[in-house]
Design a protein around this ligand. Structure first.
Ligand code: EPZ
Length: 421
């Protein structure tokens, strides 16, 4: 298994260029199943999760041609209706093939994704939306068997009792080919939903209200050929902003969408970080000791749960006590025991974390447990005294493109190695 080793204490400098958004690219790759026309996608990041999604949609009939960060996807016909357990278990976002398959073919057999490190990750909201659009849902042998009762799905009102990014994405991808109008209430507002809807609209879908709580969709009969550039990764952007803040470095982060990270920048400003915007870049100034923070993770546009672990690492070196409440997932503090091994003093009380500041991280051997937890360990290692070895970094490669290369070009003493096992 691969590991990353970092010798802490280096200041960073120069610039980081962001990659395309993983959480935008995944549903957009799934939506290629909807159409027999070509879709040209650009700014797709080279990540393990993207490879898994490409493998899955190819198993369903998509022909994918890749050139650097660009893909041409064509699905002349669906060759299989089954998203196999061995592919789905690797990545929960595989469940996003349900909506497109059901919309185009009237039938889908998708392995239940099961839980993961951060929580049980149910799919009840996805299935509720498919039923509202006229699908019959059965379960067999760990699979969801979804069948459209009529020849085509039929538009309807979908009132989500709880906000879900994935369920909103599945509902949109099912509704764009349904007969008549669909109204999705309590939709997720994330920029990745807006990006998916903008790609579908460029294919000829009729969607209003993307990025608001109510999305209205008028089903169409077919799509056009299109090309679409995926937005930059807002979680990657904020992770590098925290890397600059925690190492007290001056760093420029390029190709950033500021409007996607408003709440995060508010929190950074509140903690005392100095930064300025230059065109599509943000310049982080060398920061002094930052103030502690108290916040709760929320659905967009609130503070993202995907930045909770990274912020916690920064809070460890602020000059006071911080409080973070994780309100989205039930088990997203897996990074805490590992951070405490590096010298942090964090206490967990249910969904609340109390973080003592003024921590001096000391390098040690630690283990990555999930994608965002692993990068919180990288951030601590950048300032830890001595060497830190982070094992199981395949978690990292799922969501951060070339993070060791990007950090080393900014001056970090970071190298990747392989454990003999
Ligand atoms: C997306 O996951 C992201 N993944 C996650 O990013 C992100 O943390 C999450 O949204 C929240 O922002 C992708 O976009 C590929 P949800 P998703 O459905 O869609 C509950 C990362 O690190 N829920 O919005 O699975 C669920 O248990 C990943 O990049 C139901 O109860 O998240 C959770 O508590 C991690 N029933 C809450 O809703 C359902 O049917 C939010 O989940 C679906 C979800």
């Amino acid at each position: 298994m691969e590991y990353i080793e970092i010798s802490g204490g280096r200041e960073l400098s120069g610039e980081v260029v962001l990659s395309g958004s993983k959480n935008s690219a995944l549903p957009i790759l799934a939506c290629s199943l909807l159409t027999d026309k070509n879709i040209a996608l650009s700014n797709i990041p080279d990540l393990l999760d993207i490879k898994s999604m490409i493998e899955l949609i190819e198993s369903l009939g998509v022909k994918a041609k890749k050139k650097n960060h660009n893909y041409i996807l064509t699905t002349k016909k669906i060759t299989s209706h089954e998203a196999n357990y061995n592919l789905v278990r690797k990545m929960r976002a595989s469940f996003l093939t349900l909506g497109p398959l059901l919309a185009r073919e009237g039938f889908a057999k998708i392995s239940l994704p099961g839980g993961c490190a951060i929580g049980s990750r149910p799919v009840d909201l996805h299935l509720y939306a498919m039923k509202k659009l006229g699908a019959n849902i059965d379960f067999y042998d760990g699979y969801v068997i979804a069948k459209s009762n009529a020849k085509r799905l039929i538009g309807d009102k979908i009132d989500f009792p709880k906000i879900s990014v994935g369920a909103t994405e599945n509902a949109v991808m099912a509704a764009v080919l349904a007969k008549g109008e669909t109204l999705i209430n309590n939709a997720a507002l994330e920029p990745e939903i807006v990006d998916l809807c903008s790609c579908l609209t460029s294919m000829g879908a009729r969607i209003e209200g993307a990025g608001t709580k109510q999305i209205k969709i008028d089903g169409v009969d077919s799509f056009l050929e299109t090309s679409h550039q995926v937005i930059s990764d807002r979680i990657e952007a904020c992770t590098y902003i925290i890397a600059a803040a925690i190492t007290k470095s001056r760093l420029c982060i390029k190709k950033i969408n500021f409007e996607h990270i408003g709440k995060f920048l508010e929190v950074m400003h509140e903690m005392g970080l100095k930064f300025k915007f230059i065109d599509q870049s943000i310049l982080i100034e060398k920061s002094k000791i930052l103030s502690p923070i108290s916040l709760k993770t929320k659905e967009y546009p609130g503070f993202p749960t995907d930045l909770q672990a990274q912020l916690m690492t920064l809070a460890c070196v602020s000059n006071g006590k911080s409080y973070i409440e994780e309100s989205i997932f039930e088990n997203r503090f897996m990074h805490v025991p590992e951070l405490n091994r590096l010298g942090a003093k964090i206490k967990i009380n249910g969904k609340n974390a109390i973080i003592n500041g003024n921590c001096r991280f000391i390098g040690a051997e630690v283990m990555a447990t999930d994608l965002r937890a692993s990068v919180s360990l990288i951030l601590a290692a950048l300032i830890a005294k001595g060497k830190t070895k982070i094992n199981r970094i395949y978690h990292l490669d799922r969501g951060y493109e070339n993070i060791d290369y990007k950090l080393s070009t900014c001056g970090a003493a970071i190298k990747r190695g392989k454990n003999e096992s």
